[in-house]
Design a protein around this ligand. Structure first.
Ligand code: C2O
Ligand code: CU
Length: 487
């Protein structure tokens, strides 16, 4: 009760209620951080690791006694954490107990388009969809969430999302914290706003979408984490529908960035903060001394837009996220690895195709999403350079399905360290040209498209999305299945 009140008082200064919020100092961290359970799995007769996810409706008490209607996978809010290892074949039985159709997209995974869970793979109420694919990418923090055409924001807002951890031998050989829930912690950050009956409201909107005045971390309001080790690994996921964060520690100490969307960096990099737009992930190591308390917070992110636009879009907030409480005695794993993954740089000389994408209004290259139109046709195995421009003075970001990319240039510069590893989603500052290089997999299907889109979900729902197919050399794009025929 006290928490809700304190935040409510600071939240509403703008005309539309989306003024600048500062919750630092006003959050009493009263709730232990929920850790999503690990998804159970079995290995079937053909050697596939099998998981079960059921999308279902339920209720959640984020504040004791206040019952909020929510959705989750196998539970009332969010879903279990899936862990699978490179080289394994996984099968995920997705059941839909909701009364609306949904999909489940494996954000960041390299996999055949038909297994990707995009808007063509609708799972009707009562139906089951069982994608199977080989884990064929480096150790990383991926995630999963619904992707129905025009309804993604609402379904994610209700609570459908989960973390998907990929392990591999290279990561396993490094001295890094990896006891799940102990020193290796998923941190799914989502802003939300509640009405007087405790239900989610989304009608307080900036240009970027709904703006919450409270944060849920793994579905916990005002969370604290009891830390029992000198170094804790946080797998940060911006699981919000629209808000951009700049995560840092309350006393300004640095942390080590060790991984980005698609895997570990080559070298651990000390940072004071990291900006994450919706869908982006970062793995960071935070060092603590016995008995101390330090907060993860979000400072006003530098969105590359004018201050007045930032205020109007509620991008200018200072938010308390998670209190880290170190125990009086901390365990140690010794010095953590500083040399991490080997990343083969993709070479622009190998690129056979250049494409450019301009985001404007809710369009990409002046087109709104059309489920029946294939926008780009790509040869299997091709290396391509994609140039992406945000032509508006307002925030957008950009996500590509089915592939991890590297950044060649941000403007005219080489990428900063947080964009120098594997990425699948990037923030787009207005007026800055982003050059991405990527090599597409060998999975071909002329009919089944992958998506590229802005991951501010109201923008995606409004049409800021396009489709590409990967084909054999010389093959033509076919016809996408209609959404409700696909399964
Ligand atoms: Cu995380 Cu196309 O989405
Ligand atoms: Cu956008």
């Amino acid at each position: 009760g006290a928490v809700v009140l304190a935040l409510g008082l600071t939240a509403c200064s703008g005309e539309d209620g989306a003024g600048v919020i500062d919750t630092v100092g006003s959050v009493d961290f009263v709730n232990p951080l929920a850790i999503p359970p690990l998804a159970e799995s079995t290995v079937n007769a053909v050697g596939e690791r099998v998981f079960d996810l059921t999308a279902e409706a339920g209720t959640t008490e984020f504040t004791p006694g206040v019952v909020t209607e929510t959705w989750g996978y196998n539970r009332s809010y969010l879903g279990p954490t899936i862990v699978a290892r490179r080289g394994e074949n996984v099968r995920i039985n997705v059941n839909n107990d909701l009364d609306v159709a949904t999909t489940v997209h494996w954000h960041g995974a390299n996999l055949p388009a038909e297994m990707d869970g995009g808007p063509h793979q609708m799972v009707e109420p009562g139906a089951e969809w069982s994608p199977n694919f080989e884990i064929d990418q480096p150790a990383s923090t991926l995630w999963y969430h619904p992707h129905p055409e025009g309804d993604t924001e609402h379904q994610v807002e209700m609570g459908l999302a989960g973390v998907f951890i990929v392990q591999d031998d290279e990561e396993a050989a490094l001295n890094l914290p990896r006891s799940y829930g102990v020193d290796d912690i998923p941190v799914v950050v989502q802003d939300r706003r509640f009405d007087e009956n405790g239900q989610f409201v989304t009608d307080v909107r900036g240009y970027i979408g709904p703006i919450g005045d409270q944060l849920l971390v793994n579905g916990t309001l005002a969370p604290y984490l009891d830390v029992t080790s000198e170094v804790v690994r946080l797998r940060l996921l911006n699981g919000s529908t629209s808000r951009v964060y700049d995560f840092g520690l309350s006393d300004g100490r640095s942390f080590d960035l060790i991984g980005t969307d698609g895997g570990l960096l080559e070298e651990a990099a000390p940072m004071d903060g990291i900006r994450l737009s919706p869908g982006e992930r970062a793995e960071v190591l935070v060092e603590l001394v016995p008995g101390e308390t330090v907060n993860l917070q979000s400072n006003p992110p530098d969105l590359g837009i004018s201050a007045s636009a930032a205020t109007r879009n509620a991008g200018d907030d200072t938010l308390d996220v998670l209190e880290l409480r170190a125990a009086d005695t901390l365990s140690s794993i010794g010095e953590t690895a500083s040399t991490l993954a080997s990343i083969e740089p993709l070479d622009q000389a190998d690129a056979t195709v250049d494409r450019s994408f301009t985001l404007n209004g809710y369009t990409i290259n002046n087109r709104l999403m059309d489920m029946t139109r294939i926008d780009e046709t790509i040869e299997a195995g091709a290396t391509e350079v994609w140039t992406v421009d945000n032509a508006m003075p307002l925030p957008h970001n950009f996500h590509v399905h089915g592939v991890q990319f590297q950044m060649l240039r941000v403007g005219t510069e080489p990428p900063p360290v947080e964009l120098a590893g594997w990425k699948d989603t990037i923030y787009l500052e207005p007026g800055v040209r982003y050059e991405l290089i990527m090599q597409f997999a060998e999975y071909t299907d002329p009919d089944f498209p992958y998506m590229f889109h802005c991951h501010m979900l109201s923008h995606e729902d409004a049409g800021m999305m396009g489709q590409f197919v990967v084909v054999e050399p010389g093959e033509e794009a076919g016809t996408p299945p209609t959404a409700h025929d696909a399964i």
